[in-house]
Write a protein that binds this ligand. Structure first.
Ligand code: PAF
Length: 293
């Protein structure tokens, strides 16, 4: 079935009210388009649990830095529409920029502290843009549940804190990272990689896997695990390490020695393309296991 495409808040609210009147629960899949199998997995999770599924499609300018790829970010609308049709989206909400950011827009959401580390340190203002647009989309659509991928782990952690702190009545569901057969995490930015970079990009997955094995074997020294992550990336042709971090998965604060739920996160540049990936581990006195956010 072809989804309805809306651009105004009135249209989306009317459709959501209609679904609710039929007793349906409403799921929201937030995206910037350029849909791939990772997004499709979020849609499928929403489709399983919800009676009415809305896809948010908006390349949000406020989460891109001045030197980032906002203008060249892929916008393959017809292909996105086809994915939505195949996966059974009920409604695509693709607002115009002025609908989201009217003239003299001046209200911003900030999650202090957490927004300035890891991705936030490399991309100042990124999470202010993400939190603001996500709170706005929740207010515009009014979903019961919103679906995010663990690939953007810090985004999920920061948004969970925002939802808790501001009593936002939306449940966040976190779905596993979807990977290429060699382990590279799917990302709309993978299309920027040339064949040589694409071959070496698997280093993120391999470095995280090696660090996981170290922890499984009993290593609890955070600095050591962090350093071995960094060394593996530095040894990869064409890769420039942005950060390798091992932090508490709820607060994003340093953790030493390793215990509890821990996030292992990497950001790596291949030329102008910046890739991120992560792994979550649950570490107890009994041992360590892979976990989710
Ligand atoms: O994860 C994304 O695609 C974006 O950060 C989001 C959540 C759609 C906000 O623009």
């Amino acid at each position: 079935m072809t989804p309805v495409v809306c651009a105004t808040v009135e249209e989306v609210r009317r459709a959501v009210a209609g679904a609710r009147a039929k007793g349906l629960r409403v799921g929201l899949v937030p995206t910037m388009g350029a849909l791939h199998e990772g997004h499709a997995s979020l849609i499928r999770a929403a489709r399983c649990e919800m009676g009415f599924v809305v896809l948010w499609l908006f390349v949000n300018p406020t989460q891109f830095g001045p030197k980032e790829d906002f203008t060249r970010y892929p916008r393959p609308f017809e292909r996105d529409l086809e994915v939505c049709r195949t996966e059974g989206i009920d409604l695509i909400f693709a607002p115009q920029r002025e609908t989201v950011y009217p003239e003299a827009f001046s209200s911003w959401v900030q999650v202090e502290g957490m927004q300035d580390v890891l991705e936030g340190a490399s991309r100042p203002g990124h999470f202010r843009g993400v939190c603001t647009v996500v709170l706005k989309m929740f207010n515009m659509v009014g979903p019961d549940v919103a679906y995010f991928g663990q690939k953007d782990a810090q985004q999920v952690i920061v948004l969970k804190r925002m939802v808790r702190d501001l009593n936002v009545p939306v449940d966040l569901r976190v779905c596993p990272t979807v990977r290429e057969p060699d382990g590279l995490a799917l990302s709309s930015r993978n299309v920027y990689l040339d064949p040589e970079q694409r071959r070496h990009a698997v280093a993120l997955f391999e470095a995280l896997g090696a660090a996981r094995e170290q922890v499984f074997r009993g290593e609890r020294n955070t600095g050591l695990v962090q350093r071995s992550l960094a060394e593996r990336i530095r040894a990869t042709p064409g890769a420039v390490l942005d950060y390798a971090a091992v932090v508490d998965a709820e607060s994003l604060r340093p953790v030493e020695p390793l215990h509890g739920k821990v996030l292992l996160a990497l950001a790596v540049r291949f030329g102008a393309t910046r890739l991120i990936d992560n792994l979550v581990l649950e570490i107890t006195d009994e041992g360590a296991a892979e976990a989710s956010l």
